[in-house]
Every structure is written in structure tokens, then in C-alpha cells.
Design a protein around this ligand. Structure first.
Ligand code: KG4
Ligand code: ZN
Length: 336
């Protein structure tokens, strides 16, 4: 079954074609350059950029798969959560395409896409069997999820305030580093050196909840206490210390959840899972606690069309269909 996946929930316009769960093409057009002057994603700019690119991105994904639109058997599209105007572009496009081709379409939960992305075959990375514990850390979401099957997922805890990626982006802005902040801070944090201690909220709690707003404030206060713009060396100290605080708490809670639920596999998901420090720390902790770690390739951690085509295929194969009347969902919790 050949399924087209369309993703437009935030600042990447993406489309992918899969054949029975195998990736034939995966096209991502980033909008980073449009949003950079504003230091973050501007929803109106995102919607317009999706409109300008969606047709070409879909055309390229079908061509790269060596197919024509007529060869498709169904369409999966991100219905939420995300920016409503941005989601609307992909959703209406999917409806129009499915209707004109006479094939079914299905609305896909973006979080589910991230949580199952590690199971997409790429010919190199080992794929996790289910059940597994997943740490999902992205620009909009951060939580720990028990994945028992593709449609049996429970959220054990999530952030009470900022998502981890959002904290990265805000701290990078505060340090004058630019956007998006995650990869920039990650790079600076790679060089070993002096560190300071930033708080790790809810560290001792039994819950699997996170909170990153206090950490962000602690960084802001530290930078303000300098009384001048930080030097390069000071920026590196903050980057290292901030990254340690984020990465340690994320891994601590995810590993604890896996052990508490007697699950032997931990999967990393979402844009922050691209973080080198997170991947290294998770590898160390998983080894210490005898857990098997699965970290998908970087391009499957950040937003992509394949993760949506993948869920679209699973849902359509399962007989699921969406009505043409469905609309975008800004929030769509998987379960609590
Ligand atoms: O999953 P994603 O592409 O989009 C959302 O669904 O939000 O995640 C984007 C987030 C951004 O906040 C970005 O700064 C962060 O992921 N990110 C990283 C890294 N690469 C991307 N954060 C930390 N380290 C990275 N290497
Ligand atoms: Zn995402």
C-alpha cells in the first residue's frame, strides 16, 4: 500500500511516500530562514510559507519515489497538535488530493508520528520492538510515553510549562545565539570546561513530570548578574551547564519510567532527541541500568513527512478513514 504523508504543523513543510511502511521518499523544506529574523516561529509566516511550498514538496516526494499521484493508495496528514493556520494548509491539501484521486485519507496525530518514528526502517539503525518507553522532547512537547502498540500509547507525565526545545530556543535567544537554539547550544556544549549548577525542577519527585521555566529564569538571572553582554567563554559555560541540567532530568525521568514499568527499551523522539549530549547521556544511563537504547537518525527526530506517512499507513491499513469535515486541532493529547 503506497501512502503519501504530509506534515505542516509548525515550520517544516514535509511530504513522504511509503510503500508498506518502507520509505520511498522523504522531502523536507525548512522555513528557518523566514523565521530567523524574529527569533522564533511566526504563525502567519509559517502558514504562508507552507502555502507557497506544499505543492512543490508533494510533487518532489512523488517524483523521488519514482511514482505519479495516480499510484497512491491513500494520504495521511498531520491534523494536530500544532499551529492551526499551518495545519490547515496540509489538511486541506490532503483532502483535495485524496478526493481528486478517489483514495482515502486519514488525519494523523503529530506526537504519535514522533513516538513511532524510531520504528521506520532505514537500513542501518536497529528498530525497537514494542513495548517501549519513549522520551518525546520537541519544540512544543516534552513527556514520557509508554508505547505498547502503534495505537496503544499512554502518557506517563509531561512538562508543566515549557517544552525542552522551547527552553533551548529561549535560552539561545537570551545568549544572543540565534534561532533555532537547540543545535547552536548543543554545539557550544560539546567543548568540555567550566560549569555552573542550574536547578533541575521536580528531580526528586516520583512523578514523570517536567518543568523548564525555572531553569530558563535561572539562566536569565545569571546572565543579568554579569551586568554586561556575556563573553564567548561565559556563553560556553552557560550552554554546557544548561544542557547538562536539561539532559540529566530528561534521561533521569525516562529511565526511571522504563524501570518502574519493567520495560527494557528506551526510545528517543522529537527534535531535542537530535541533541548529541542527550544521546550520549542516555547511552551511558541505559548501559548502567541495562536498558536497550534506540535513537533514530537525526532527520527522523526533527519534523518530517515519513513519520506521518508511517502512521497514515498503519491507520489506513487498519481501516481508519477521516471525514472531509475534519478540522485542525491545536491541541490533541494522546492520553494522560
Ligand atoms: O520535533 P521538532 O522538529 O518540532 C516540533 O514538533 O516542535 O522540534 C524542534 C525543536 C526546536 O525547539 C529545536 O531547537 C530543537 O527541537 N532541537 C534541538 C536540537 N535540534 C533541534 N534541541 C537540542 N539540541 C539539538 N541538537
Ligand atoms: Zn514535531
Amino acid at each position: 500500500m503506497r501512502v503519501l504523508g504530509i506534515e505542516t504543523s509548525c515550520d517544516e513543510t514535509a511530504a513522504s511516500v511509503m510503500d508498506d511502511g518502507h520509505v520511498l521518499s522523504d522531502v523536507v523544506a525548512s522555513q528557518i530562514d523566514e523565521h530567523r529574523p524574529f527569533g522564533g516561529v511566526v504563525p502567519e509566516i509559517a502558514s504562508r510559507a507552507h502555502m507557497a511550498r506544499i505543492a512543490q514538496v508533494i510533487r518532489r516526494s512523488v517524483e523521488q519515489a519514482g511514482l505519479t499521484l495516480r499510484d497512491l493508495h491513500g494520504v495521511g496528514v498531520t491534523q494536530g497538535p500544532g499551529l492551526v493556520g499551518a495545519l490547515l494548509v496540509g489538511l486541506e491539501c490532503a483532502k483535495a488530493l485524496a478526493t481528486s484521486l478517489g483514495v482515502p485519507f486519514v488525519g494523523v496525530n503529530h506526537l504519535k508520528g514522533h513516538l513511532l518514528a524510531a520504528r521506520i526502517p532505514d537500513g542501518a539503525t536497529p528498530l525497537p520492538e514494542m513495548p517501549y518507553m519513549a522520551l518525546l522532547a520537541s519544540g512544543g512537547h516534552t513527556g514520557v510515553y509508554l508505547v505498547e502498540d502503534w495505537d496503544r500509547i499512554s502518557c506517563l507525565g509531561q512538562t508543566r510549562d515549557d517544552a525542552a526545545g522551547e527552553a533551548y530556543d529561549k535560552v539561545a535567544k537570551l545568549l544572543g545565539l540565534g534561532y533555532p537554539g537547540g543545535p547552536l547550544i548543543d554545539r557550544l556544549a560539546q567543548t568540555p570546561g567550566e560549569e555552573i549548577t542550574f536547578p533541575q525542577a521536580l528531580r526528586q519527585r516520583d512523578s514523570y513530570e517536567f518543568s523548564f521555566s525555572g531553569l530558563k529564569t535561572a539562566v536569565a538571572q545569571h546572565v543579568a548578574s554579569l551586568g554586561r553582554a556575556p563573553t564567548q567563554a561565559e556563553i560556553e559555560i552557560v550552554a554546557r551547564s544548561f544542557q547538562r541540567a536539561v539532559v540529566e532530568i530528561l534521561v533521569r525521568k525516562a529511565v526511571r519510567a522504563a524501570r518502574d514499568k519493567a520495560v527494557s527499551r528506551l526510545v528517543l523522539a522529537g527534535g531535542v532527541a537530535a541533541n548529541q549530549g542527550l544521546r550520549e547521556h542516555a547511552a551511558r544511563e541505559c548501559k548502567a541500568y541495562d536498558l536497550e537504547l534506540f535513537a533514530p537518525p537525526i532527520h527522523r527526530c526533527t519534523d518530517n513527512g515519513a513519520m506521518i506517512a508511517h502512521i497514515g499507513w498503519l491507520a489506513l491499513r487498519n481501516g481508519e478513514r477521516s471525514e472531509l469535515a475534519i478540522g485542525p486541532k491545536s491541541s490533541w493529547p494522546l492520553s494522560v
